[in-house]
Design a protein around this ligand. Sequence first.
Ligand code: HEM
Ligand code: HEM
Length: 207
Amino acid sequence: MKDQQLESKKVWDRAVRLFHWSLVIAFVVAYITGEDESLVHSYSGYFILGLLVFRIIWGFVGCKYARFSDFIFSPKETINYTKSMMSGAPKHYWGHNPLGALMVFALLITLVLTTVSGLKVYGIEGYGPLAEVNSSYFISNANASGHMEQEGEDSEEEEFWEEIHEFFANLMLVLIALHIVGVVVSSKLHKENLAKSMVTGYKSHKE
Ligand code: HEM
Ligand code: HEM
């Protein structure tokens, strides 16, 4: 039998690692400050939006394993990978594996929908880039803090977007739980520490 050799490879560049852990921190801040509608909430949300814009650009111009083209798999390859996983001997990928890749896209798309729906709620309330100018919902003069005074109850439109925003924020929690389970299971099956690789940038694998 051929001797198994431990191979190590730099997979995640500094930009991806910084993106990941800044996103984790900003997400926790945005999630826990959601209820109180504070400036911390909107700023952490804007920060996440900035991170997403960066990651999308990096998906086209970043290092090999950061590029979307490296982790877009055909349904056939995804099914084959899932089957090989079930058999306990999954095919090894240095970058994202096909199931991990699906999760990455689900996380990124849901994050975009969460932030954009948050911007929409904020806009209806008269703040931010999507603020509705001349909305009959507000009295025309700003109060002492420079913020627009709200007139009466939430409009139906605001309630609708609040529901959407809350739905995507909570969907993120489900995806994150699955993401972490995926990282743990994948690490066990492939006998590599994936969480550590997101810190050091290196993946080690027995060839
Ligand atoms: C990934 C980023 C974000 C997360 C995880 C998040 C999460 C949340 C959560 C959990 C709530 C509480 C919902 C509720 O219980 O009613 C909330 C409310 C809110 N968020 Fe975000 N949010 C994000 C981004 C944003 C952004 C970018 C903005 C706008 C700049 C924003 C504006 C708001 C507003 C105005 C509310 C209050 C809605 C209400 O009155 O219920 N959010 N957000
Ligand atoms: C402590 C908890 C977490 C751990 C240990 C962790 C670990 C990881 C690891 C190891 C990867 C690379 C997976 C692979 O090798 O294919 C990854 C990717 C990713 N994670 Fe997490 N994660 C955590 C929390 C989160 C949270 C809270 C979010 C979202 C807010 C998130 C979003 C992402 C995204 C978007 C990627 C893709 C990275 C890229 O290609 O740029 N993660 N995570």
